[in-house]
Design a binder for this molecule. Structure first.
Ligand code: URA
Length: 185
């Protein structure tokens, strides 16, 4: 059995981190996340919002390919968790987009993706945005439009976050309370 780590890749100052499930066949071969069909579609989704894959940090909950691409076991998630924790600490993304249910449950333990996809939620300074997995949309074409609409919200979310930062700076200057954000749960 090959045991190749696929830790993740992207700029260390990336504003957006995407967290998938686990490496598949192609990722295992190349040591890079999302290089198969799902990765190609992910690049198309990013292009929709004028972004390139090289601008975001991409990683997975699980750092090695589970045999036959089975779902990760809890013991594997526990073993990989310190690596993901460190990646989040080092990159300090403004937005984490979870693109797998295993990533989503960390912030939304009891939620269903059908209920919360595309809805950003603040956790301190971090915004977490749950989305369907690109591979799910490839298998179920009706999800493609949903995923594409969710992706189109990303620039708006980044803008709102930038505005909030400006308001906080202004508040410090004027001592006026900042406006309540409309987008975030
Ligand atoms: N699916 C994932 O969740 N991660 C990858 O790296 C590739 C496919």
């Amino acid at each position: 059995m090959r045991i190749v780590q696929v830790p993740g890749e992207g700029p260390e100052n990336a504003a957006i981190m995407m967290i998938g499930e686990a490496p598949g066949f192609h990722e295992d071969r190349q040591g890079r996340p999302f290089v198969g069909a799902a990765g190609k579609y992910l690049e198309e989704l990013l292009a929709l919002i004028g972004m390139k894959r090289a601008e975001i940090y991409i990683c997975n909950v699980i750092k090695c390919r589970p045999p036959q691409n089975r779902d990760p076991f809890p013991v594997e998630m526990d073993a990989c968790r310190p690596y993901l924790d460190q990646q989040i600490d080092l990159i300090k993304p403004k937005v984490i987009i979870t693109i797998s249910r295993f990533a989503m449950t960390r912030w939304f333990p009891d939620a269903k993706i059908s209920a919360i996809h595309g809805k950003p939620k603040k956790f301190g300074d971090l915004v977490v945005l749950p989305m369907y997995h690109p591979a799910a949309a490839l298998h179920q074409p009706s999800l493609k439009r949903v995923l594409e609409e969710d992706f189109k919200r990303v620039p708006q979310i980044l803008n709102e976050m930038a505005n909030l930062k400006e308001e906080v700076v202004e508040k410090k200057r004027d001592e006026k309370p900042p406006q309540q954000l409309s987008l975030f749960g």
